[in-house]
Design a binder for this molecule. Structure first.
Ligand code: NAG
Ligand code: NAG
Ligand code: NAG
Length: 368
């Protein structure tokens, strides 16, 4: 799935052109073979549903507490039936059963869509460095940017599990990109170190990427996930043996509500964005295509993820011709969306962008 464009640092300006071509190939080649869809046979009988659940369970749940499994079968059946009816109703994209299929809306909402809650505020003043526009801003921005196509910039899609660590996943992802672009090293950075040690120290109850960046600056670095592995719950902050693998010197906020400025920033490197009210069933069930909503933007629910590009669908795309989108790397595993990624409608300016993503974009900078 990943193209093998090797990249030297001085190739950066030419990069987005190459990325544009590769992005088209990538979109066309997304395989759907390991996705589980609900068929009419499945919904026709209890045995049909049972068979579907067993298939799904083998793929997504390895723990087998029999009582919990039975309890969750009821939730699963309701979700499977709902997806079946949605697909029968003729949606643009066929929905598949993802990792959330046996979770209630409340469980999803609490653990996954609320990992950067509004109540979390910086414990001290954070320096407000603003992104400085490149020469391309605003008229000569590349048409398509897709950091997935530049081998090494992004690591694999992670699954945060039932831990509100999206902010740490997104922050680590942004620093991983910087580490590759500056040092040419592809390394999974330690999300657990951020969960355990970064202010506000609420661990799996949530945090913020900008505070995680500040933590890394203060600590002069972050370790790799090999040195400090992910356990998916909050534990004591420990100092692993061995030196941190990389550090950052600063981070920059992108001017709010300015789409072109955000495009300019993401053409330079991936950027962390914050979602408002991503706790909707539409967001949870997103199975591909261009996401147009719903986000419940008046809620206090906040989620963070990594913006890794943008583009416009080809005008001959039967489902979504000529739609402008942002490309997001999420931390909900590969079963969600387009192998863990989402294309979210761009050019939606009310409320600070769809799901409010134009409100507080932030990215780290390498010390030079
Ligand atoms: C990063 O971690 C994933 C597992 O989540 C692993 O498959 C991958 O090989 C790791 N990448 C690197 C560069 O270590
Ligand atoms: C966190 O996860 C680890 C590894 O799965 C486990 O050993 C530990 O008991 C867990 N801690 C808490 C507080 O749940
Ligand atoms: C999203 O969370 C808010 C609480 O902030 C809640 O009122 C709302 O019902 C939730 N929406 C869904 C679809 O779960």
């Amino acid at each position: 799935m990943r193209s093998t464009i090797s990249m030297e640092r001085d190739m950066l300006p030419a990069l987005t052109m190459v990325a544009a071509l590769a992005a088209m190939a990538l979109a066309a080649s997304t395989s759907t073979t390991d996705r589980i869809y609900v068929t009419s046979e499945n919904v026709a009988s209890e045995e049909g549903m049972r068979g579907l659940y067993e298939r799904w369970y083998t793929l997504y749940r390895h723990d087998s507490d029999p009582i919990d499994k039975e309890k969750r079968f009821a939730i699963f059946k309701a979700e499977a039936r709902a997806l079946y009816e949605l697909n029968e109703g003729g949606t643009r994209v066929k929905h598949h059963l993802n990792w959330f299929a046996d979770m209630t809306q409340d469980e999803f909402s609490e653990s996954f869509a609320n990992c950067a809650p509004l109540k979390i505020r910086p414990h001290r003043e954070i320096k407000l460095n603003l992104h400085q526009p490149s020469q391309n801003y605003p008229d000569k921005l590349p048409l398509i940017v897709d950091w997935r196509t530049v081998d090494g910039v992004l690591t694999s899609v992670k699954l945060q599990g039932e831990c509100g660590s999206c902010w740490a996943m997104a922050a680590a992802g942004a620093m991983e990109s910087i580490h590759f672009l500056e040092n040419n090293k592809r390394t999974n950075l330690s999300v657990q170190e951020l969960v355990d040690c970064s202010p506000p120290k609420e661990h799996c109850k949530g945090g913020r990427a900008d505070m995680a960046f500040q933590y890394v600056i203060d600590k002069h670095g972050i370790h790799s996930s090999e040195q400090y592995p992910y356990v998916g719950n909050g534990s004591h902050c420990t100092t692993p043996s061995g030196a941190p693998v990389m550090s950052i010197s600063k981070f920059y906020y992108v001017q709010r509500y300015d789409e072109n400025m955000l495009m300019d920033a993401v053409a330079h490197a991936p950027v962390v964005v914050r979602f408002r009210g991503s706790n909707t069933t539409e967001f949870k069930r997103y199975s591909g295509g261009i996401f147009r909503g719903l986000c419940d933007i008046d809620t206090k629910q906040r989620h963070e993820a990594l913006l890794v590009g943008y583009g416009t669908t080809p005008s001959d795309d039967a489902n979504d011709p000529g739609i402008k989108y942002w490309l997001v790397k999420n931390s909900w595993g590969e079963s969600w969306g387009e192998r863990g990624y989402m294309r979210l409608q761009r050019g939606h300016l009310a409320h600070g962008g769809l799901c409010g993503i134009l409100r507080r974009p932030v990215y780290p900078a390498h010390p030079r």
